[in-house]
Design a protein around this ligand. Structure first.
Ligand SMILES: *[C@@H]1O[C@H](CO)[C@@H](O)[C@H](O)[C@H]1NC(C)=O
Ligand SMILES: *[C@@H]1O[C@H](CO)[C@@H](O)[C@H](O)[C@H]1NC(C)=O
Ligand SMILES: *[C@@H]1O[C@H](CO)[C@@H](O)[C@H](O)[C@H]1NC(C)=O
Ligand SMILES: *[C@@H]1O[C@H](CO)[C@@H](O)[C@H](O)[C@H]1NC(C)=O
Length: 528
């Protein structure tokens, strides 16, 4: 438990208790009135009716034994309920674009934290921690604010790196059907102050189901003030949100604090009965604004300004349709992943494979803002960023980062992620990439991809500094920036003779481009 004050955070999901009794009573009265009619039937008809009655009894008793009996027990999930939903990510998981974590982990699953971030804030499913905000190079500063709603039944997580969304699936069986609780969490990529959790509960059974939500928000946050505010929304009427403000201490820096204001939409009913054959949705928006590290007095004087920003963003975001909000977010992640890296699997011990590479890129990008896509960025700022991205000066000047073990540590929580991210950022900055790294997520991804291949830009030419002996896996670099609006793909394909062949292609030929191999002993060839 992370602190003493916190009340039980978990949500109980239990079948509706009274309904079962009512239905059995109904069954009994039906039975007595039918017994009279039963006497007047012929023998063979009696057998059929008796068999039918038996079947009905088995159905109801079965349902009440297995479906309603253990209202206080944890539902047993080895029943096929959960996997239906999780399996929709199976295909993506084969290409390392999504990562499934059952609880407990299945044999072939590697643990990857179900973490989302946008350079300004981060949160995760399946964690004891609350919100994380920026401190230096990573989202390393924990806040005693718990924005995520959890539920106390078995669950599976899916980390969908391509859309930057983490999913949580929970389900249990009731009278032969699966009640499904699906939750997605994302730190919005173009609205950095926004964290969204969408919960959807579907009850396909004939019984009502009761769900208890318990929202924590600020807890153990010393000196924080919380108040409930109202907001009027055109379509939905009035709803409440809770605003917490306070200062966050910076570990190891006694005279440095961060001022923060955080608002979360309050769940309408903490206990909710989901009617038979119906669905229910909750759209929980959290808005976070905070200062840089400063003195306590300075931070406190900034609180009114932060509060104003939070209120403004809350109002704006709550007026956006939840599907549109999600689409905005997913579009940016898709845009980011246009640049990338593929590598064939290697069975060698300690070899870094696709899963590790993709998740590491994802965790790093979660810790970096994407100003190119943020809605507050002006056209002029956008042009400045593009200019930096076109010409990556001397990036990347070191050895291939695929060989540096500290950059590929296994991560189990937010602290680990922050540490790995910091190591990556320092490495890239030191090896000539500080310019493009400053331009945000695009620049960082370019730098990482260049660093995998020890690809170096120098005086407008791009060099692959790898010994042929090192090239024994198929590798594909795609969409590396090369000047204004021009991009290069490079493939390394290992032939049957174990020799690597290089292929290069460009998406724009506004002027002649040349390529050559091994120190340019042979004459360069023109690319077309
Ligand atoms: C859940 O059900 C499976 C098979 O039906 C059984 O093997 C397992 O022991 C059950 N688990 C619990 C906790 O009851
Ligand atoms: C994940 O890794 C695989 C194998 O290297 C690659 O083909 C795929 O494109 C990667 N996915 C993303 C989103 O980069
Ligand atoms: C890039 O090229 C376009 C034309 O294709 C031009 O309008 C733009 O100014 C160029 N940008 C830079 C930074 O050179
Ligand atoms: C580069 O690779 C990307 C991703 O596979 C592909 O969509 C694009 O068409 C390629 N461009 C060129 C010029 O080959």
């Amino acid at each position: 438990m992370r602190n003493g004050i916190r009340v039980v955070q978990q949500v109980c999901l239990c079948p509706f208790k009274f309904f079962h009794k009512i239905r059995l009573m109904w069954l009994k009265s039906k039975l007595t009135s039918s017994i009279n009619a039963f006497g007047s039937l012929s023998r063979s008809r009696k057998v059929i009716v008796a068999v039918l009655l038996l079947l009905i009894l088995v159905y109801y008793l079965g349902a009440s034994l297995f479906g309603h009996g253990g209202t206080t027990k944890r539902p047993n999930l080895s029943n096929g309920c959960l996997d239906e939903k999780v399996q929709t990510f199976f295909k993506q998981s084969l290409n390392y674009d999504a990562f499934i974590n059952h609880n407990p982990l299945e044999e072939d699953e590697k643990p990857y934290p179900a973490y989302t971030g946008n350079g300004h804030l981060a949160a995760a499913f399946g964690t004891e921690n609350g919100l994380f905000i920026r401190l230096n190079r990573a989202l390393a500063l924990p806040v005693n604010f718990y924005p995520v709603v959890n539920m106390n039944i078995d669950q599976s997580f899916v980390l969908d790196i391509k859309s930057g969304i983490v999913h949580k699936f929970q389900s249990f069986k009731q009278s032969w059907h699966c009640v499904q609780v699906e939750s997605s969490l994302y730190a919005h990529r173009s609205r950095p102050s926004v964290l969204v959790q969408d919960i959807s509960i579907s009850n396909p059974t004939g019984d009502p189901v009761t769900v208890d939500f318990d929202q924590i928000g600020a807890s153990g946050w010393t000196g924080a003030q919380t108040k409930t505010l109202q907001l009027r929304n055109g379509n939905e009427g009035v709803y409440n949100y809770r605003l917490s403000t306070g200062i966050v201490l910076v570990p190891d820096h006694p005279d440095l604090v961060v001022g923060a204001a955080i608002a979360t939409r309050v769940i309408t009913d903490t206990t909710l009965v989901i009617k038979p054959n119906s669905k229910h949705k909750q759209h929980i928006v959290t808005v976070v604004h905070y200062t840089k590290g400063m003195t306590k007095a300075e931070a406190e004087s900034n609180i009114p300004e932060l509060t104003k920003k939070v209120k403004k963003d809350m109002e704006e975001v709550m007026n956006i349709n939840e599907k549109l909000l999600l689409r905005e977010h997913v579009k940016v992640w898709e845009q980011l992943w246009k640049t990338g890296f593929s590598i064939s699997d290697s069975k060698a011990q300690k070899a870094i494979n696709g899963g590790k590479i993709n998740t590491t890129i994802y965790y790093v990008l979660c810790n970096v803002p994407a100003p190119l896509h943020e809605i507050t960025t002006t056209k002029q700022q956008r042009n400045e960023i593009l200019k930096v991205l076109y010409y990556p000066d001397t990036c990347y000047a070191g050895h291939s980062t695929l060989q540096a073990e500290t950059l590929w540590m296994d991560v189990v929580d937010e602290d680990h992620i922050a540490r790995v991210v910091t190591t990556w950022m320092i490495t890239l900055e030191k090896q000539g990439c500080s310019g493009i790294v400053q331009s945000g997520a695009e620049g960082v991804l370019q730098a990482m991809v260049l660093s995998f291949g020890a690809l170096e830009f120098k005086n407008q030419h791009l060099e692959l500094k790898r010994h042929p002996k090192e090239l024994h896996r198929d590798i594909f670099f795609h969409r590396i920036n090369y000047g204004n609006n021009t991009h290069v793909n490079i493939s390394v394909i290992v032939g049957e003779d174990n020799k690597a062949n290089l292929y290069v292609s460009l998406d724009r030929n506004d002027k002649p481009y040349y390529a050559c191999d091994a120190g340019c002993v042979d004459a360069p060839i023109q690319l077309r």
